[in-house]
Write a protein of this length. Structure first.
Length: 166
């Protein structure tokens, strides 16, 4: 557990998201980038690093929660593996919303329509999770990333409402 990252609020994570593959992660500083951290997934039962192409090595939500609560990990996350969940990752959302106001409007509308939105572990980004399927393995453009397969996304449970998207 690390004070610069939000601790998971497990009770706020949607039940449908809890049904998927889960892992834990440790914040590992990136070489040459002291403000950036790698969040590689780890198996919640063994602690070993695992790839997003290895769903069989991930665990359940409860296993990830238990592993996190042991105090050995920085957070938890879910594996998107083509099972109908799309994850949107917006790094430094305040900057993205300034440069691309249409993204802010889309996020506000998505939340109003019932899409789950939360703060990223740093508190500076947003994650949205919804039901859907992308035509390819993902899209990335100017601070906005969209995935539905072979991607581990951190989850905090710190819910964001549409009127909180500033």
């Amino acid at each position: 557990m690390n004070s610069i990252f939000l601790a998971p609020n497990f009770n706020s994570i949607p039940t449908d998201l809890k049904k998927h593959y889960w892992g834990v992660w440790k914040a590992e500083p990136r070489e040459g980038k002291p403000d950036k951290f790698n969040k590689a997934p780890r198996c919640p039962t063994t602690g070993r690093k695992i790839g997003a192409n290895q769903p069989e090595k991930f665990g359940t939500f409860d296993e990830a929660k238990t592993a996190y609560e042991s105090g050995s990990y920085t957070g938890v996350g879910v594996l998107l593996n083509g099972t109908g969940i799309v994850g949107v990752d917006i790094d430094d959302y305040a900057d993205v919303f300034t440069l691309r106001p249409e993204v802010k409007l889309w996020v506000q509308e998505a939340i109003k329509q019932g899409v789950y939105c939360e703060k990223s572990p740093s508190g500076k980004g947003l994650r949205l999770f919804m039901i859907g399927k992308l035509p390819a393995n993902g899209r990335k453009s100017a601070g906005l990333e969209i995935y539905d397969n072979r991607r581990f996304l951190t989850v905090t449970g710190h819910v964001v409402l549409s009127d909180e998207v500033a």
